[in-house]
Write a protein that binds this ligand. Structure first.
Ligand code: MTE
Ligand code: CO
Length: 441
C-alpha cells in the first residue's frame, strides 16, 4: 500500500514522498482549489518574529536582568520551571467525569520537545484518587501457584540488580472522545493520555523466579493498593518477557500520582495494566475476568460482541505543532513537529501530509528511536502560504503496521468503541493561522 517513490535528487531538501493512500481520491473534491498549500518547498529565510517587548531590554541596551544580582542557590531546593512557562501544566476536562477522584488529566504534548515527558507533566488516571502509601509500611506480596510465597519491603525491592528502560504509557481511552467525530480542540485533550519516561526497577521475572512459579501457572493477577484496588490479569509470558516493578521515573523516585513507591510497567500494553501502588501479585492458571477486563477495557463491536484482552497498543502518531494550541503566527517556513509510538516495537517511518492525504512526505525521525517509546519526528521543508492546509501524520512501525484513517478503523470496529482509537488525526490550518480539529470524510 505504501510504495515509496524514489528519493528526491541529491542535494534537494525535498523530503522523499510516498504514494497517497488508496482512498484519498474521494477527498479530491473537498481539497480542490487548495493550490500551493499542499506543496512542501525549500526552507526560506526565517524572518525574526516581532513580538511584544520592552525596547529598554533589547539590544544594544543592557537588559534589566543583567544589571542586578540574581537569587542565590537554594531559593528553590526542588526546582520548578521558569515562571514564564506557568501555563504548561496538565489539564482536565471537567465534564468528562463525575468526580476528580475517578478521572483523568492530560499531558501538554504541544509544549514538549524530544521523547521524554517531565515527571510533573505526565498525565494522571486514577480510579480512586492518589493513594498516599507510607514507604515503611509498603509491602509487595507474591502468592498463589508459587513454590515460596513472598512479601517484599520497599527496601528489599531496591536490593535487586536494577535496570533502567524508557517506555511510553498510553491509556486505552486516549482519543476515546473522537470516535464519532472531531470533538476536543487541542492536542493536549485529543492525544494527551500518553507519556514516556525512563523507569528504573527490577525485572518482574527476577521476583517471580525468587518465588518459583509452578509449572502449570499461566496468568498473574496484579492488584493496586489504592482505594479502587484496581486489578488486572496479566499473561505469564508477558510478565516474564519485559515487565518491570519500578521505583523511579526519570531518575527520581516515582511521583505519588504515578504509583509511589512501586508501580508495574507493562511495555507496549494499555496503560490500565500498569498497576500503580502495586501491592499483590497472585499467580494462577486462568484469567480472573476482573471488572477492568470485562465491563471496561473491552471494545464493543458493531455486531454486539466485544473484543477483549486487546492489550497491545497499535501504532499511532500526532502532529504536536502546529496544533490548536500552537497556531501558525505567520506565513513562511514552519517545522511540523510530532510524536509517534507503537506497542509492538520501534517506529520505522512517519509520513506527513499538508494537503489532507494527497501527497505524503517522509518525516525525519529524531534519535533515539527506541522500541515501545515515543519517537519524535519533524518535517522541515514546509512553507505555509496562508491558504487552508490539512495536516496529518501516519506512523508505520517495524512490523509493517500502518496507522489507519478513521474511516478504515470504523469500517472494522464500528463507532461504539471508546478504547484503542489510533486513527490518523487531521488539523486544519485556517487562513487566519488558527488550527482546528477536523474530520475529513
Ligand atoms: N493503578 C491503580 N492502582 N489504580 C488506577 O486507577 N489507573 C490505570 C493505571 N494503573 C490505575 C492504575 C490507568 S487506566 C492508566 S491509563 C494508568 O495507570 C495511568 O498511569 P499514570 O497515572 O501514571 O499516567
Ligand atoms: Co487508562
Amino acid at each position: 500500500m505504501n510504495k515509496t517513490k524514489p528519493p528526491a535528487k541529491p542535494g534537494s531538501i525535498l523530503p522523499p514522498s510516498v504514494d497517497q493512500p488508496t482512498d484519498a481520491g474521494r477527498r479530491k473534491a473537498l481539497l480542490a482549489g487548495l493550490g500551493a498549500a499542499g506543496g512542501v518547498a525549500a526552507v526560506g529565510l526565517i524572518t525574526p518574529t516581532r513580538a511584544l517587548a520592552d525596547p529598554a531590554n533589547l539590544p544594544p541596551n543592557v537588559a534589566d536582568w543583567s544589571k542586578v544580582l540574581g537569587p542565590g542557590v537554594d531559593v528553590a531546593p526542588y526546582g520548578m520551571p521558569s515562571k514564564f512557562e506557568k501555563t504548561v501544566v496538565r489539564r482536565y476536562v471537567d465534564w468528562l467525569t463525575a468526580t476528580p477522584e475517578s478521572s483523568i488529566n492530560f499531558t501538554p504534548l504541544y509544549a514538549l520537545d524530544g521523547m521524554v515527558t517531565p515527571n510533573g507533566l505526565c498525565f494522571e488516571r486514577h480510579h480512586g484518587g492518589v493513594a498516599e502509601v507510607i514507604p515503611d509500611d509498603y509491602r509487595l506480596m507474591i502468592h498463589g501457584m508459587v513454590e515460596r510465597p513472598l512479601v517484599f519491603t520497599y527496601q528489599d525491592l531496591k536490593r535487586f540488580p536494577p535496570q533502567s528502560r524508557f517506555y511510553f504509557l498510553e491509556c486505552a481511552a486516549n482519543g476515546g472522545m473522537e470516535w464519532r467525530g472531531a470533538q476536543l480542540n487541542g492536542v493536549q485533550f485529543t492525544h494527551g493520555m500518553v507519556h514516556c519516561v525512563q523507569y528504573t526497577g527490577v525485572p518482574l521475572r527476577t521476583l517471580l523466579e525468587e518465588a518459583g512459579v509452578k509449572p502449570k501457572a499461566k496468568w498473574l493477577l496484579v492488584e493496586g493498593g489504592d482505594s479502587a484496588g484496581m486489578n488486572r490479569s496479566l499473561p505469564l509470558d508477558k510478565a516474564l518477557d519485559d515487565c518491570m516493578v519500578v521505583y523511579s521515573m526519570n531518575g527520581e523516585r516515582l511521583r505519588a500520582e504515578q504509583g509511589y513507591p512501586i508501580r508495574l510497567v507493562v511495555p507496549g500494553f494499555e496503560g490500565n495494566m500498569w498497576v500503580k501502588w502495586l501491592r499483590r501479585i497472585e499467580v494462577g492458571d486462568g484469567a480472573w475476568m476482573a471488572r477492568e477486563e470485562t465491563s471496561k477495557y473491552t471494545d464493543l463491536m458493531p455486531d454486539g460482541r466485544a473484543r477483549r484482552f486487546t492489550w497491545e497498543m497499535d501504532a499511532k502518531s500526532v502532529i504536536t505543532s502546529p496544533c490548536p494550541e500552537l497556531p501558525c503566527k505567520q506565513k513562511g517556513p514552519q517545522v511540523i513537529k510530532g510524536i509517534a509510538w507503537s506497542g509492538r516495537g520501534k517506529i520505522a517511518r512517519v509520513d506527513v501530509t499538508v494537503d489532507g492525504g494527497r501527497n505524503w512526505h517522509q518525516a525525519r525521525l529524531e534519535d533515539p528511536v527506541l522500541p515501545k517509546c515515543l519517537t519524535r519526528f519533524y518535517l522541515d521543508g514546509w512553507s505555509w502560504d496562508g491558504n487552508p492546509a490539512y495536516l496529518q501524520s501516519r506512523a508505520i512501525d517495524e512490523t509493517g503496521y500502518v496507522q489507519p484513517e478513521m474511516a478504515a478503523l470504523q469500517a472494522v470496529r464500528g463507532v461504539n468503541s471508546i478504547y484503542h482509537n489510533n486513527a490518523i488525526q487531521t488539523w486544519r490550518i485556517n487562513p487566519t493561522g488558527e488550527v482546528e480539529n477536523v474530520r475529513l470524510a
